[in-house]
Design a protein around this ligand. Structure first.
Ligand SMILES: [Zn+2]
Length: 376
């Protein structure tokens, strides 16, 4: 079930009711904004046998076919790589349909890199070729099986490049029962000739609440963790799902522990602590450091406005902020911010995590031990 995006759903209900569903739609939105889900939701609204108030019932056989990606009147095109049994110029989405359905089942918020990884390609060589465009023209020329619409979804339409021109006639002179939906993140990569012929629908990033609701319904995590993921994901559902992998780590406790141990600077404790941080793995470490940056940003806001109201933090974290103000002034918080910002960039590089973490620990000690300037 699709979380959030109420306004878009209401908009769909309205245009279906008023019979002005566009024949060519360009869904533009940032990564992880649920474009594919919202597109399928529109399909359900158009096809559902038993809609209620314009919304799909999610239980009829048509809704079921759409949810399992097997509706015969909904066609998918997406970038592919050469298929084992075919020449590259002959390979189309049809040859990867099984993998595509699996991908939509497992990671509907995935991006192009995730998809190409799923079919064993690098992100350089996936594209939508001439044969695919012919296939699309063919698909939409068929008679619809169920007598309603024929819908062609083109995912990651950026991969069309100039081949997109082959689809112009189709977009320009559609038959009454066809709808073409292009999904893209970057409008600069879509030909102007296509953009000008499509109705453009901008999908915003998810709200923190929508992300939290989605996670709450699907995963067994503490409320504190759900909130952490909510603001760290920055509206990107793909990122949120990635962060769930770090579900066992309590970022705020670990951050304070790092600060405390750095301040105390007991050698044995530090070695054990760095071992622990290193054991989290690079991706979790990145998320953890991003959390620390988020905390410091909120900390500085609290420091400037002399209030913890409106901060994107839990009550426990706000209590920590109030306590910390005695030892952490603006200058120190700025220095910590700089330190974490710089080092987060090092994580992806091929260097020793342990040395990096130990260096950071000494630097945190230096920052925290410096005299507090009470006048800043
Ligand atoms: Zn239905």
């Amino acid at each position: 079930m699709l979380a959030g995006h109420q306004e878009i759903k209401s908009y769909f209900v309205k245009i279906i009711e008023e019979k002005r569903v566009p024949h060519a739609l360009l869904m533009l939105g940032p990564e992880g904004s649920g474009q594919l889900e919202i597109t399928l939701e529109l399909c359900k609204m158009l096809f559902c046998i038993n809609p209620k108030g314009g919304l799909p019932c999610n239980s009829c056989k048509t809704c079921h076919k759409i949810a399992t990606f097997v509706h015969p009147d909904i066609h998918f095109a997406f970038p592919v790589i050469k298929h084992d049994k075919f020449k590259r110029e002959e390979t189309t989405s049809t040859h990867f349909l099984k993998e595509w359905r699996q991908f939509m089942t497992d990671q509907i918020h995935g991006n192009i890199t995730d998809w190409l990884k799923a079919i064993g390609g690098s992100n350089k060589n996936g594209n939508i070729n001439v044969a695919e465009c012919h296939q699309i023209i063919h698909n939409l020329g068929l008679k619809s099986y169920e007598g309603k619409y024929k819908i062609q979804i083109i995912w990651h339409a950026e991969s069309l490049a100039k081949e997109g021109n082959r689809l112009l006639k189709l977009i320009e002179e559609p038959s009454d029962d066809t709808i073409i939906i292009l999904i893209a993140n970057n409008h600069n990569a879509i030909l102007n000739t296509i953009q000008s012929r499509c109705q453009i629908l901008r999908i915003p990033a998810f709200s923190d609440n929508a992300i939290e609701d989605h996670i709450r319904g699907k995963f067994d995590l503490s409320e504190q963790k759900i909130k952490e993921i909510g603001y760290l994901a920055e509206g990107n559902m793909r990122k949120a799902e990635e962060l769930i992998g770090s579900g066992q780590i309590n970022f705020s406790t670990d951050m304070l522990e790092w600060f405390r141990k750095s301040y105390m600077c007991d050698p044995d404790e530090l070695v054990a602590w760095v071992d622990y941080l290193n054991s989290l793995g690079k991706e979790n470490l990145k998320s953890f450091m991003r959390y620390t940056l988020h905390f410091l940003r909120e900390y500085l806001l609290a420091y400037s406005f002399k209030t913890t109201d409106n901060l994107k933090l839990s009550d426990e974290e706000k209590a920590v902020i109030i306590k910390m103000q005695k030892i952490l002034d603006r200058n120190k918080a700025d220095q910590l911010n700089y330190l974490f910002n710089k080092n987060i960039g090092y994580i992806s590089r091929n260097l020793s995590m342990k040395i990096m973490l130990m260096n950071m620990t000494f630097k945190i000690n230096e920052i925290l031990r410096a005299e507090v300037n009470r006048f800043v």
